[in-house]
Design a protein. Structure first.
Length: 124
């Protein structure tokens, strides 16, 4: 059996969770402007199946903040390899703690904001 596939020929759910953790961690680090480590993963569902060769996109949103933590909701969407058809294959929530230079939890500085690149498609 190839790595990262289940006995039924689909992509293993653990691999999906790992990809989602990478995406959620990237957002947590950007918002927190710091190293962010996963301390929990909850509420996972796998409503669809992903085939080997499908393209995976992970969409994340910060849904809560604490003194030193960020809660990130993640959704994994697969696009069939030879079409535009998509299906949600996993959803879940990750909690991250920000880590300072001393290796200990550090407080989130002020109100978290994430500045996204300006959309220049409208000419402005």
């Amino acid at each position: 059996m190839p790595a990262d596939t289940n006995p039924y020929g689909g992509v293993f759910g653990g691999w999906l969770m790992a990809q989602m953790a990478l995406g959620a961690g990237s957002l947590a680090s950007r918002i927190g402007q710091s190293k962010a480590v996963v301390v929990s993963a909850t509420d996972f569902t796998f409503p669809g199946a992903m085939a080997v060769g499908d393209e995976l996109s992970v969409y994340c949103d910060c849904v809560a903040t604490g003194t030193t933590s960020l809660t990130i909701a993640a959704e994994a969407v697969a696009r069939e390899r030879n079409s535009e058809a998509t299906i949600t294959v996993a959803k879940g929530t990750f909690k991250f703690v920000l880590i300072g230079e001393d290796g200990r939890p550090r407080a989130l500085a002020g109100k978290p904001t994430l500045l996204l690149p300006k959309d220049d498609t409208n000419g402005k």
